[in-house]
Ligand binder design. Structure first.
Ligand code: PTJ
Length: 249
C-alpha cells in the first residue's frame, strides 16, 4: 500500500493510483477540472495499449533522451496534469539532462501558476519558469501563448506532455524540436512531434531519465545517430497497430 488505499496486487493498481493523484491535484488547486476528463481520455488509450510501455515507445524514449542530452536549451513544459502525476520525476529528468522547467497552462490563473511552481519546488526544483511570461508564441490566441523569453521562447528542444495540438503545432512552426508525450497516437500534438512518445507519462518520464543516465557519457556522434535514424511516423503507426490488434484483458 502507498498513500492511496489500494493494494498493489489490484489489477488496476497503477490506474487507480494515477486517478487518485489527479483527484488530489484538483483538490490542491494544481489540476484543472478539465484535467480529470483529459485523464479519462488517456486511460482509455492506455487500456488499449495494454497499460505498458510498448517496445516502439521504449525506443522513442531512448531517442528523446538522446535529443535532450544534445540540446543546447532544453525546456520541460509542465501543466496541471503533469504536476499532479510526475512532479518529482520531472525535476529528476531536468537535473539529469540539464533542462529548465516551465509551467504553461491552458486554463491559466495566477493562483494555479503559483501553486504548481510551489509544488515543483516542494519536489526539488530550484527554479521554475513561466511566471514572468514576457514573450509570446506567435499564432496562438489563448493563454498557452504566454512563455518566458529565456525559457520556452528561446528553447531548441521542448518536452510537451498531455496537450491539445494548437501549441505543439505553433512551437513546431517556430522551429522547435518537440518531444510529445500523448497516449493518443492520432492527436495533433503527437503528429507535430519530432519524437512522439505514445506512453503513459507516469512510465515515460522515468524511462527517459533511465535512458539519459545510461547515455550520459556517450559521444555526441552516437547520440546524433540515434536521433537521425528515428522515424516518428513509424513510431505512431506502430502504436496505432498495437491498439488495433490489442488483446484486451
Ligand atoms: O493544466 P492545463 O490548464 O494546462 O490543462 C491541461 C489539460 C490536460 C486539461 C489540457 O491540456 C487538455 O484539455 O488536454 P486534452 O486536449 O484533453 O489532451 C490531453 C491528451 O493527453 C489526450 O490526447 C490524452 O489522451 C493524453 N493523456 C491524458 N492522460 C495521459 C495522456 N497521455 C499520457 N499520459 C497520461 N497520463
Amino acid at each position: 500500500m502507498t498513500d492511496v488505499d489500494v493494494p498493489e496486487s489490484h489489477p488496476r493498481y497503477e490506474s487507480l493510483l494515477t486517478r487518485h493523484r489527479i483527484e488530489e491535484g484538483v483538490e490542491k488547486g494544481i489540476t484543472s477540472r478539465q484535467g480529470l476528463i483529459a485523464q479519462g481520455r488517456g486511460e482509455a488509450f492506455d487500456y488499449l495499449l495494454g497499460e505498458e510501455t510498448i517496445p516502439s515507445a521504449d525506443r522513442a524514449e531512448r531517442v528523446a533522451a538522446a535529443r535532450l542530452l544534445l540540446a543546447e536549451r532544453p525546456v520541460l513544459s509542465v501543466n496541471g496534469n503533469v504536476a499532479a502525476l510526475v512532479p518529482g520525476e520531472m525535476v529528476e529528468l531536468a537535473t539529469v539532462v540539464d533542462a529548465d522547467i516551465e509551467v504553461n497552462l491552458f486554463n491559466r490563473t495566477k493562483q494555479r501558476m503559483e501553486a504548481i511552481a510551489a509544488h515543483l519546488r516542494d519536489h526539488g526544483a530550484d527554479e521554475v519558469k513561466g511566471l514572468t511570461a514576457d514573450a509570446r508564441i506567435p499564432g496562438l490566441d489563448h493563454e498557452r501563448a504566454k512563455v518566458d523569453a529565456d525559457g520556452i521562447h528561446a528553447a531548441d528542444v521542448v518536452l510537451v506532455p498531455l496537450e491539445d495540438g494548437d501549441r505543439a503545432t505553433a512551437l513546431a512552426e517556430m522551429g522547435k524540436s518537440e518531444i510529445v508525450i500523448d497516449l493518443n497516437p492520432r492527436s495533433r500534438s503527437a503528429e507535430a512531434a519530432a519524437v512522439p512518445l505514445v506512453d503513459n507519462i507516469i512510465r515515460a518520464v522515468p524511462n527517459i531519465t533511465r535512458h539519459a543516465r545510461e547515455m550520459a557519457d556517450a559521444d555526441a556522434e552516437i547520440l546524433r545517430e540515434h536521433v537521425e535514424r528515428f522515424d516518428p511516423s513509424e513510431a505512431l503507426a506502430d502504436a496505432e497497430q498495437r491498439i488495433r490488434d490489442g488483446d484486451l484483458a
